[in-house]
Design a protein around this ligand. Structure first.
Ligand code: SAH
Length: 227
Protein backbone atom coordinates (compact mmCIF):
# COMPACT_ATOMS: atom_id res chain seq x y z
CA UNK A 1 0.00 0.00 0.00
CA UNK A 2 1.33 3.45 -0.73
CA UNK A 3 0.60 6.55 1.32
CA UNK A 4 -2.42 7.45 -0.74
CA UNK A 5 -4.13 4.13 -0.24
CA UNK A 6 -3.85 4.38 3.55
CA UNK A 7 -5.61 7.72 3.36
CA UNK A 8 -8.25 6.25 1.06
CA UNK A 9 -8.71 3.43 3.56
CA UNK A 10 -9.45 6.02 6.21
CA UNK A 11 -11.40 8.65 4.29
CA UNK A 12 -13.58 6.57 1.99
CA UNK A 13 -14.48 3.65 4.17
CA UNK A 14 -13.74 5.22 7.52
CA UNK A 15 -17.37 5.26 8.66
CA UNK A 16 -17.69 1.59 8.03
CA UNK A 17 -14.71 0.89 10.22
CA UNK A 18 -15.78 3.42 12.82
CA UNK A 19 -18.85 1.25 13.46
CA UNK A 20 -16.68 -1.84 13.67
CA UNK A 21 -14.38 -0.11 16.15
CA UNK A 22 -17.32 0.94 18.29
CA UNK A 23 -18.59 -2.63 18.31
CA UNK A 24 -15.11 -3.93 19.12
CA UNK A 25 -14.83 -1.55 22.08
CA UNK A 26 -18.25 -2.42 23.43
CA UNK A 27 -18.23 -6.19 22.98
CA UNK A 28 -14.55 -7.02 23.47
CA UNK A 29 -13.37 -4.38 25.95
CA UNK A 30 -16.17 -2.77 27.99
CA UNK A 31 -18.03 -6.06 28.43
CA UNK A 32 -14.83 -7.65 29.75
CA UNK A 33 -14.40 -4.97 32.38
CA UNK A 34 -12.01 -2.40 30.90
CA UNK A 35 -12.86 1.04 32.28
CA UNK A 36 -10.01 3.48 31.55
CA UNK A 37 -11.71 6.10 29.39
CA UNK A 38 -8.45 7.23 27.77
CA UNK A 39 -7.75 3.67 26.66
CA UNK A 40 -11.29 3.13 25.34
CA UNK A 41 -11.09 6.43 23.45
CA UNK A 42 -7.70 5.49 21.94
CA UNK A 43 -9.10 2.11 20.83
CA UNK A 44 -12.10 3.91 19.29
CA UNK A 45 -9.96 6.23 17.16
CA UNK A 46 -6.97 4.08 16.12
CA UNK A 47 -7.42 2.58 12.62
CA UNK A 48 -6.44 -1.03 13.35
CA UNK A 49 -7.36 -2.00 9.78
CA UNK A 50 -4.56 0.17 8.40
CA UNK A 51 -1.95 -1.41 10.69
CA UNK A 52 -3.35 -4.93 10.14
CA UNK A 53 -2.75 -4.51 6.38
CA UNK A 54 -4.80 -5.19 3.30
CA UNK A 55 -4.82 -8.98 3.64
CA UNK A 56 -6.50 -8.66 7.07
CA UNK A 57 -9.00 -5.94 6.14
CA UNK A 58 -12.11 -8.05 6.71
CA UNK A 59 -10.98 -9.42 10.07
CA UNK A 60 -9.10 -6.37 11.35
CA UNK A 61 -11.55 -5.80 14.24
CA UNK A 62 -12.12 -9.46 15.11
CA UNK A 63 -11.49 -10.74 18.63
CA UNK A 64 -8.09 -12.29 17.90
CA UNK A 65 -4.45 -11.70 17.00
CA UNK A 66 -3.56 -11.28 13.29
CA UNK A 67 -0.64 -12.42 11.18
CA UNK A 68 1.47 -9.50 9.91
CA UNK A 69 4.14 -11.52 8.07
CA UNK A 70 7.74 -12.31 9.12
CA UNK A 71 6.23 -14.81 11.61
CA UNK A 72 4.99 -11.90 13.71
CA UNK A 73 1.52 -10.99 14.95
CA UNK A 74 -0.52 -7.94 15.89
CA UNK A 75 -2.04 -8.67 19.31
CA UNK A 76 -5.74 -9.23 19.99
CA UNK A 77 -7.50 -5.88 20.65
CA UNK A 78 -8.31 -6.97 24.22
CA UNK A 79 -4.62 -7.70 24.95
CA UNK A 80 -3.58 -4.30 23.52
CA UNK A 81 -6.17 -2.58 25.71
CA UNK A 82 -5.32 -4.54 28.89
CA UNK A 83 -1.60 -3.78 28.53
CA UNK A 84 -2.34 -0.12 27.84
CA UNK A 85 -4.63 0.10 30.88
CA UNK A 86 -2.03 -1.57 33.13
CA UNK A 87 0.47 1.19 32.20
CA UNK A 88 -1.74 3.78 34.02
CA UNK A 89 -0.86 6.37 31.37
CA UNK A 90 -0.93 10.14 31.89
CA UNK A 91 -0.96 12.68 29.11
CA UNK A 92 2.61 13.87 29.77
CA UNK A 93 4.18 10.38 29.82
CA UNK A 94 7.10 9.37 27.61
CA UNK A 95 6.64 5.72 26.71
CA UNK A 96 9.07 3.13 25.32
CA UNK A 97 7.68 0.17 23.39
CA UNK A 98 9.79 -2.88 22.54
CA UNK A 99 8.45 -4.73 19.47
CA UNK A 100 6.92 -2.22 17.04
CA UNK A 101 5.53 -4.94 14.75
CA UNK A 102 2.68 -3.42 12.75
CA UNK A 103 2.78 -0.18 14.75
CA UNK A 104 -0.76 -0.59 16.09
CA UNK A 105 0.12 -0.66 19.80
CA UNK A 106 2.39 2.38 19.38
CA UNK A 107 -0.45 4.24 17.64
CA UNK A 108 -2.84 3.42 20.50
CA UNK A 109 -0.28 4.69 23.02
CA UNK A 110 0.37 7.85 21.01
CA UNK A 111 -3.33 8.75 21.16
CA UNK A 112 -2.96 9.04 24.95
CA UNK A 113 0.59 10.24 25.77
CA UNK A 114 2.95 12.96 24.58
CA UNK A 115 5.75 10.81 23.18
CA UNK A 116 6.24 7.19 22.11
CA UNK A 117 9.64 5.68 21.30
CA UNK A 118 9.39 2.21 19.76
CA UNK A 119 12.12 -0.32 18.89
CA UNK A 120 11.84 -3.15 16.32
CA UNK A 121 14.56 -5.64 15.38
CA UNK A 122 13.14 -6.54 11.93
CA UNK A 123 13.99 -3.73 9.53
CA UNK A 124 11.12 -4.25 7.06
CA UNK A 125 8.50 -4.10 9.84
CA UNK A 126 10.04 -0.94 11.29
CA UNK A 127 10.15 0.73 7.86
CA UNK A 128 6.51 -0.19 7.14
CA UNK A 129 5.36 1.05 10.53
CA UNK A 130 7.27 4.32 10.12
CA UNK A 131 5.58 4.87 6.76
CA UNK A 132 2.14 4.27 8.25
CA UNK A 133 2.82 6.76 11.05
CA UNK A 134 3.91 9.36 8.46
CA UNK A 135 0.96 8.72 6.15
CA UNK A 136 -1.56 8.86 8.98
CA UNK A 137 -0.02 12.00 10.48
CA UNK A 138 1.25 10.58 13.79
CA UNK A 139 3.88 13.07 14.91
CA UNK A 140 4.82 11.80 18.36
CA UNK A 141 6.19 8.32 17.52
CA UNK A 142 9.87 7.60 16.84
CA UNK A 143 10.92 4.18 15.50
CA UNK A 144 14.39 2.68 15.95
CA UNK A 145 15.72 -0.52 14.37
CA UNK A 146 17.73 -2.31 17.06
CA UNK A 147 17.75 -5.02 19.72
CA UNK A 148 15.12 -3.63 22.06
CA UNK A 149 16.24 -5.78 24.98
CA UNK A 150 18.92 -3.10 25.39
CA UNK A 151 16.23 -0.40 25.63
CA UNK A 152 16.95 3.03 24.16
CA UNK A 153 19.59 4.55 26.49
CA UNK A 154 19.87 7.88 24.62
CA UNK A 155 16.17 8.58 25.17
CA UNK A 156 15.95 7.30 28.77
CA UNK A 157 14.45 7.67 31.31
CA UNK A 158 10.93 6.56 30.35
CA UNK A 159 7.83 6.96 32.50
CA UNK A 160 6.35 3.76 31.14
CA UNK A 161 7.75 0.79 29.17
CA UNK A 162 5.72 -1.84 27.31
CA UNK A 163 7.24 -5.01 25.89
CA UNK A 164 5.11 -6.69 23.23
CA UNK A 165 7.16 -9.86 22.79
CA UNK A 166 7.70 -12.54 25.43
CA UNK A 167 10.86 -13.03 27.48
CA UNK A 168 11.92 -15.29 30.38
CA UNK A 169 12.13 -12.11 32.48
CA UNK A 170 12.09 -8.34 32.05
CA UNK A 171 15.45 -7.29 30.50
CA UNK A 172 17.62 -5.53 33.11
CA UNK A 173 18.42 -2.50 30.88
CA UNK A 174 14.70 -1.69 30.73
CA UNK A 175 14.45 -1.56 34.52
CA UNK A 176 17.48 0.74 34.57
CA UNK A 177 15.92 3.05 31.97
CA UNK A 178 12.63 3.33 33.87
CA UNK A 179 11.96 6.62 35.69
CA UNK A 180 11.29 6.58 39.45
CA UNK A 181 7.67 5.45 40.03
CA UNK A 182 7.63 4.20 36.44
CA UNK A 183 5.74 1.10 35.25
CA UNK A 184 6.76 -1.74 32.92
CA UNK A 185 4.22 -4.15 31.43
CA UNK A 186 5.56 -7.26 29.70
CA UNK A 187 4.55 -10.85 28.89
CA UNK A 188 6.91 -13.02 30.95
CA UNK A 189 7.22 -16.78 31.24
CA UNK A 190 7.92 -19.83 29.09
CA UNK A 191 8.59 -19.68 25.38
CA UNK A 192 5.00 -20.69 24.47
CA UNK A 193 2.90 -19.43 27.38
CA UNK A 194 3.23 -16.38 29.60
CA UNK A 195 1.48 -14.02 32.02
CA UNK A 196 1.36 -10.26 31.84
CA UNK A 197 3.78 -8.91 34.42
CA UNK A 198 3.39 -5.38 35.77
CA UNK A 199 6.50 -3.97 37.45
CA UNK A 200 6.40 -0.74 39.46
CA UNK A 201 9.60 1.04 40.46
CA UNK A 202 9.12 2.50 43.92
CA UNK A 203 12.43 4.04 45.05
CA UNK A 204 14.81 1.11 45.52
CA UNK A 205 11.88 -1.26 45.69
CA UNK A 206 10.49 -3.18 42.71
CA UNK A 207 6.89 -4.34 43.07
CA UNK A 208 5.68 -7.05 40.70
CA UNK A 209 2.17 -8.33 40.04
CA UNK A 210 0.96 -10.91 37.54
CA UNK A 211 -2.16 -10.43 35.45
CA UNK A 212 -3.85 -12.27 32.56
CA UNK A 213 -2.33 -15.34 30.85
CA UNK A 214 -1.13 -14.67 27.30
CA UNK A 215 0.84 -15.99 24.34
CA UNK A 216 3.30 -13.68 22.56
CA UNK A 217 6.00 -14.26 19.97
CA UNK A 218 9.49 -14.46 21.52
CA UNK A 219 11.62 -11.44 22.38
CA UNK A 220 14.90 -12.30 20.66
CA UNK A 221 18.09 -10.56 21.75
CA UNK A 222 20.84 -10.12 24.29
CA UNK A 223 18.47 -9.99 27.29
CA UNK A 224 15.71 -12.13 25.75
CA UNK A 225 15.59 -15.54 24.09
CA UNK A 226 18.41 -16.63 21.80
CA UNK A 227 17.45 -16.20 18.11
N1 SAH B 1 3.28 -4.32 19.15
C1 SAH B 1 3.09 -4.96 17.87
C2 SAH B 1 3.06 -6.48 17.92
C3 SAH B 1 4.33 -7.02 18.31
S1 SAH B 1 4.74 -8.63 17.74
C4 SAH B 1 1.83 -4.46 17.17
O1 SAH B 1 1.09 -3.67 17.75
O2 SAH B 1 1.63 -4.86 16.03
C5 SAH B 1 6.33 -8.68 18.49
C6 SAH B 1 7.38 -7.86 17.78
O3 SAH B 1 8.54 -7.87 18.59
C7 SAH B 1 7.79 -8.45 16.44
O4 SAH B 1 7.65 -7.51 15.43
C8 SAH B 1 9.25 -8.84 16.66
O5 SAH B 1 10.05 -8.69 15.51
C9 SAH B 1 9.66 -7.86 17.73
N2 SAH B 1 10.84 -8.22 18.51
C10 SAH B 1 11.23 -9.43 18.97
N3 SAH B 1 12.39 -9.32 19.64
C11 SAH B 1 12.75 -8.01 19.60
C12 SAH B 1 13.85 -7.26 20.12
N4 SAH B 1 14.85 -7.82 20.80
N5 SAH B 1 13.88 -5.93 19.88
C13 SAH B 1 12.89 -5.32 19.18
N6 SAH B 1 11.84 -5.98 18.67
C14 SAH B 1 11.76 -7.30 18.87
Amino acid sequence: MNGKSYKVALDDIGDNFRDKREEMVNTQLVRRGLVDLNVLRAMRVTPRHVFAGKSNLERAYADNALDIGQHQTISQPYMVAVMTELLELSKGDRVLEIGTGSGYQAAVLSAIVSEVCTVERIESLAVDARKKFDDLGYKNITVKIADGTLGWPEEAPFDKIIVTAAAPDIPAPLIEQLAPRGIIVAPVGERHTQSLLKLVKDGDKIVKSYHVPCIFVPLLGKFGWEG
